[in-house]
Design a binder for this molecule. Structure first.
Ligand code: GLU
Length: 431
């Protein structure tokens, strides 16, 4: 039992870190692209407004018997192209503005790679690292119950994101299935293989980052075998991107995670780093295959390619002018703040933007959804080949739009995406 004084005391939620509003960051790019496209004002108003925002309080009983209430979100930004799609993030600082921005980015991401989905994102403000598996399961199931009218295989399809994984998706699928009275695999993607997950889904975002990096290197006429790289973030995206780039001859000199950054002039053995992390409760802390440096040093390091693969706004006005890389491939969502875009462009750095560079994950989620609906399994070769083709076609389309409109690759990708959603909207029509 909780003591009464604990029970009744109102505690202010932990303050959200002093960070830029990610929705504003998204909108400032959207505005630039809309202007270039000469987007109709009415359509502009439709596309800038999320179509649905749900905020729920989720009470669950913790392992020690106390009750806690968590805040959960799901924002559907658009369902113009099809059912909305996007991950669910478990993190202590998730908030509605972040989820709104991430939902809009999913709309543009699906449009840019031309898959028939709208965009959505969800989140629960919690610290999964401090919670037991049982607590996370109860939280996930309770959240799914509250979202049963939002989710659906033809309506809104969640997936993993920061702080969630295939285990969590299995609970979403099971809870949803119980509520609708039948097994419904296609309601969520990123599931374990035995529950209808797709081969290659776990590696898909990192693989897409690798494909984007290789496509961009070709454009700037650099041979992967002569290229050095630093990767910020060593989770699901960063570690697979590092491993696959290394397999293609790229030398990875620096990596980082929440424990700090690690550097080795003669290259880091990524397989060793992954094995170390897996045996060390998920962190690189104490990794001996490299020397410890700071995160800021890693971002400013002398490498050809920089892959930010962690969180929003790590590249910002305070450090953008220090970046020495020639190419940035954004594995994370929103890793560059809007006001840093200009500085980076002036330095002549090519940026493959998030909505293109990290679209490999949602592309294979789409394949998973197709397989679930067909009741059929694709082999890994087919998954990888088709995803590579989709990503490369999108890359070429964006690269061409960059040239035609004389803009950055980021604004070009927004132009391609917004144009597609706007045209579809015009055909479908409003009231
Ligand atoms: N959370 C991932 C993303 O930001 C994947 C979304 C999905 O597969 O639906 O792209």
């Amino acid at each position: 039992m909780q003591r009464p004084e604990e029970h009744y005391r109102y505690r202010e939620p932990a303050p959200i870190k002093d960070k830029l509003n990610p929705f504003d960051s998204m909108m400032s790019r959207f505005n630039l692209a809309a202007e270039k496209l000469g987007l109709d004002q009415g359509v502009y108003n439709v596309l800038k407004s999320p179509s649905k925002q749900v905020i729920v309080s989720i009470p669950i009983t913790m392992d020690d018997g106390t009750r806690k209430v968590f805040e959960g979100f799901r924002v559907v930004h658009s369902d113009v192209l099809g059912p909305s799609k996007g991950g669910v993030r478990f993190a202590p600082d998730v908030n509605i503005d972040e989820v709104k921005a991430l939902a809009a980015w999913m709309t543009w991401k699906c449009a840019v790679v031309d898959i028939p989905y709208g965009g959505a994102k969800g989140g629960i403000r919690c610290d999964p690292r401090q919670m037991s598996a049982g607590e996370i399961e109860r939280l996930t199931r309770a959240y799914t119950q509250q979202m049963v009218d939002v989710f659906g295989p033809d309506k809104d399809i969640p997936a993993p994101d920061m702080g969630t994984n295939d285990r969590v998706m299995a609970w979403v699928m099971d809870e949803y299935s119980k509520m609708v009275g039948k097994t419904e695999q296609a309601v969520v993607t990123g599931k374990p293989l035995v529950l209808g997950g797709s081969l290659g889904r776990v590696q898909a975002t990192g693989r897409g980052v690798m494909v984007a990096a290789l496509n961009a290197l070709k454009k700037i006429k650099l041979d992967p075998a002569d290229v050095t790289c630093a990767i910020q973030g060593f989770g699901n995206v960063g570690s697979y991107a590092a491993q696959l780039l290394q397999e293609h001859g790229v030398e990875i000199l620096g990596i980082s995670d929440i424990s700090g950054a690690y550097w080795n002039d003669s290259g880091i053995n990524i397989e060793e780093a992954i094995a170390y992390r897996n045996s060390n409760r998920g962190t690189l802390e104490g990794f001996s295959g490299a020397e410890a440096i700071t995160n800021e040093e890693l971002l400013a390091a002398k490498v050809d390619v920089l892959v930010p693969a962690a969180k929003e706004d790590v590249i910002n006005v305070h450090n953008a002018d220090k970046i020495q890389a020639r190419l940035i491939v954004e594995g994370a969502n929103g890793p560059t703040s809007a006001d840093a875009d200009k500085i980076i462009r002036e330095k002549g750095i090519l940026v493959v933007p998030d909505i293109l560079a990290n679209a490999g994950g949602v592309t294979v989620s789409y394949f998973e959804w197709i397989q679930n609906r067909l009741g059929y399994k694709w082999d890994l070769e087919r998954v990888n080949r088709r995803s590579e083709r989709i990503l490369t076609e999108a890359f070429e389309k964006v690269y061409e739009a960059m040239r035609t409109h004389d803009v950055s690759m980021r604004i070009a990708s927004y132009i391609v995406a917004i144009d597609k959603v706007a045209q579809t909207y015009e055909y479908r029509g409003g009231y």
